[in-house]
Design a protein around this ligand. Structure first.
Ligand SMILES: [Zn+2]
Length: 411
């Protein structure tokens, strides 16, 4: 690519921090859609160069697949110049992202009851989990699955209606990435359905469930108190903070698809399991791994059912069994609102990405069925999905989970 133009891009400095919360005034969410391999590579080069202030919400993957980038105001001209010179189709999705953040912040106020009409803090979520133990004695058990750099507990619950189910266990976690709020909201929604929905007693009561809504509590808390767009942990690394906790698991760690710069969004940490959240939680998962038949990790966004692996494009292990389950799950999910999810391996769907939890449980513990879910949407709101979509997203995702669990029983 033209090095001069590249220089313009990466030399732009930015400042978005002030005393209070990090602000994104006039930060614009752009969508660039590459129409040939040259444009895909150009976008990949820009992302790899990690220009200051550029936040790639999605990565360049393939011809025709849009890439969303959050750009500080002073970099907007440079981006538009690049895309016009190279002829990349470019549109503005959200002109001023701070407006959307402010709207969302306003919607967080409410009655104080735990419900699915708004997003909740980690403290509210944990309080609700604790309340379930009293409400469902003998069924719901509170679990401390690990702890964080800032000494928060990683809290989850085990739901068990019968000791006969102990070797038919389903794991669902979420918010390993802090800013993906819809992930944790859908997870608590599904937990509530497992406990209360009369129409799904068959599946609910014939499996054990391990539900962990917020496995990166420091990062998640930080998205409420300081920076809505935070993704990583909060471990200090030099002048920057945080490793990508979903590049930190000890399976093919750092063998591709992770950044080297501790300031970058996909920094995998200085070594596998460097993050206290991941090393402690992985020990807990190892202690129950032989019981787990299904492992699911919720993310957002892009609407994809992801299968292992992220280090190779080969279809390994029991892909031939799990791919059809993923397709059936996407089919079930689409029935309710026609929401379309793609199905594919991590490599096929989002590109090489190593050190993820689903790869680790599959590669190390051979858990039969492991999926990542990239939930709603496809970029209209991205990480700022309006809270009124929590319940529809929860309902359709529950449909997919029920199909996965039923199909897994046949494996
Ligand atoms: Zn994620």
């Amino acid at each position: 690519m033209n090095l001069f133009l590249f220089g313009i891009l990466i030399c732009v400095s930015y400042s978005s921090t002030s005393a209070g919360k990090v602000r994104y005034d006039n930060y614009t969410l752009y969508r660039l859609t590459p129409k040939n391999e040259r444009e895909v590579n150009l976008l990949k080069n820009i992302e790899e160069s990690n220009p200051s202030g550029y936040d790639f919400w999605t990565s360049a993957r393939s011809v025709g697949t849009p890439v969303e980038i959050l750009i500080p105001p002073q970099s907007g001209n440079a981006l538009r110049r690049i895309s016009s010179i190279f002829g990349i189709h470019t549109e503005v999705l959200i002109e001023n992202i701070q407006e959307k953040i402010d709207q969302e912040a306003g919607s967080l106020e409410g009655s104080g009851d735990f419900d699915w009409t708004k997003y909740h803090t980690v403290e509210e979520i944990n309080q609700w989990l604790e309340s379930l133990v009293d409400k469902y004695p003998g069924v719901v058990t509170l679990i401390k699955g690990g702890s964080s750099y800032e000494n928060r507990d990683i809290i989850g619950v085990k739901v068990s209606f019968s000791s006969k189910n102990q070797n038919k266990a389903v794991w669902i976690d979420s918010n390993i990435h802090a800013r993906e709020w819809i992930a944790g909201a859908v997870n608590t929604f599904i937990l509530n359905e497992i406990l209360t929905n009369k129409d799904i007693r068959n599946v609910s009561e014939s499996h054990d469930w391990y539900i962990f809504p917020v496995i990166n509590p420091d990062g998640y808390s930080y998205t409420f108190t300081k920076d809505r767009m935070w993704r990583k942990t909060r471990t200090p690394y030099g002048k920057c903070f945080g490793a990508d906790p979903n590049r930190n698991w000890d399976y093919r760690w750092n063998t591709g698809g992770a950044g080297r710069d501790p300031c970058g969004e996909t920094y995998p940490g200085p070594k596998a399991f460097s993050e206290r959240e991941i090393s402690t939680l992985s020990q807990y998962i190892s202690s129950i791994a032989s019981k787990l038949k299904v492992f699911i990790s919720f993310h957002s966004y892009s609407q994809i059912v992801l299968l292992p692996y992220g280090h190779t494009s080969q279809h390994l292990d029991n892909y031939n069994v799990t791919y059809p389950i993923g397709v059936k799950a996407a089919h079930s999910l689409a029935k309710r609102y026609k929401t379309k999810f793609d199905v594919g391996t991590i490599t096929e769907s989002v590109g090489i990405a190593t050190g993820s939890s689903v790869d680790w449980v599959k590669g190390v513990h051979h858990i039969p069925v492991a999926f990542g879910f990239e939930l709603r949407d496809t970029g209209r709101y991205g990480f700022l999905l309006p809270a009124k979509q929590i319940i529809p997203s929860g309902l359709e995702t529950l449909d997919a989970i029920l199909t996965i669990v039923e199909e897994s029983d046949k494996v």
